[in-house]
Design a protein around this ligand. Structure first.
Ligand code: TLP
Length: 342
């Protein structure tokens, strides 16, 4: 049976060109800093996001956790959005690995939240309170349906954070989706951050790998922590070669956004479910199933060849990507509608 896999953009497989580049990659021992392909990727990536330096890491999770570990000492607090990946999907790693406390904020990413981080969430000096050290933003915000934070919004957080002596880390797993959706340079967004993580392994199509970028001294320390966590990868040029090619796929992310809009449009108005078209800004579609449990719905569409993920008890997530075509999307929409109408 044909399968249309919309669980995540992480399911994208390396192209033939990537596999060839991987096979032919010039490699060395990256723990000694001697892998020319990794070095090239790190340099390209740092330039792309407008930072001094970058380090290649096995996953987005490791990139975010290295950032937290490097920015923070034990016992401090990190402000993040309640919907953020760092708070919900990283296995409490910030507490386990860095000994920090995450302080989740509702709607950190909109105007309302930007005001409240100042008023209520940055701790005043006190012998009883932890010190606030870092603000983590996420653009696009995955669990909100891939919504985009605009440069003006990021600027407000950045300026306020710096006024209070805090640093700003961006979980930019899908930052290029945000830049493409906003039709701006990625540096128009990353300039309002002290560090940024982005994933090569999602919509950009690399099989493995993410980047953490920031100031030179910050990346030097993060590199030490990468080794501490077992992320020193030796002849990683084989992976970096695919990562370099993945950087060519940035502009085509707009096609993934068109596919998401097409899916959302096809599903809008279907009985028994609701999709908020205005929130479909990038490559993620959230479908509110109202009464129907997400698990039951996923089994039904799965048995007809469409895969998606549960976002909550009654909400499912579809993620569009380069390995599904517009025809696949129309086919998936028909299957989903048939399941909802039965
Ligand atoms: N997200 C995955 C799942 O973990 C939910 C997905 O399918 O979307 N930040 C953000 C915003 C992410 O969406 C992800 C992965 C990560 C970090 C972590 O990246 P990896 O999976 O490489 O550790």
């Amino acid at each position: 049976m044909k399968v249309i896999d919309l669980r995540s953009d992480t399911v994208t497989k390396p192209s033939a060109a990537m596999r060839k580049a991987m096979m032919e990659a010039e490699v060395g021992d990256d723990v000694y800093g001697e892998d020319p392909t990794v070095n090239r990727l790190e340099q390209l990536a740092a330039e792309l996001v407008g930072k001094e330096a970058a380090v290649f890491v096995p996953s987005g999770t490791m990139g975010n956790q290295l950032a937290i570990m490097t920015h923070c000492e034990r016992g401090v607090e990190v402000i993040c959005d309640r919907k953020s990946h760092i708070f919900n999907y990283e296995m409490a790693a910030a507490s386990v690995l860095s000994g920090v406390q995450l302080h989740p904020v509702d709607d950190l990413h909109n105007e309302k939240g930007i005001g409240t981080i100042m008023g209520d969430f940055i701790r005043p000096p006190s012998p009883f309170l932890p010190r606030t050290r870092l603000v983590c933003l996420e653009n696009t915000l995955n669990a909100d349906g891939g919504t985009v934070m605009r440069p003006e919004q990021m600027a407000v957080v950045y300026r306020l954070a710096h006024e209070y002596g805090l640093q700003v880390h961006l979980d930019g797993a899908r930052i290029f989706n945000a830049a493409v959706a906003l039709d701006c340079e990625v540096t128009d967004l990353t300039c309002y951050t002290d560090s940024v993580m982005f994933c090569l392994s999602k919509g950009l199509g690399a099989p493995v790998g993410s980047i953490l970028a920031g100031e030179k001294t910050f990346i030097e320390q993060a590199r030490r922590y990468r080794k501490l966590l077992g992320g020193g990868m030796r002849q990683a040029g084989i992976l970096a070669a695919a990562g370099i090619l993945a950087l060519n796929n940035i502009s085509s992310l707009s096609e993934d956004h068109q596919k998401a809009r097409a899916l959302a449009a096809a599903l809008s108005g279907v009985p028994g479910a609701k999709v908020d078209l205005e929130k479909v800004e990038t490559n993620i579609v959230l479908l509110d199933l109202k009464e129907l449990p997400a698990r039951q719905f996923l089994e039904l569409i799965g048995s007809n060849g469409v895969l998606a993920g549960a976002q909550s008890c009654n909400t499912v997530r579809f993620v569009t990507h380069r390995d599904v075509t517009m025809d696949d999307i129309q086919e998936a929409a028909e299957i989903i509608k048939a399941v909802l109408c039965q």
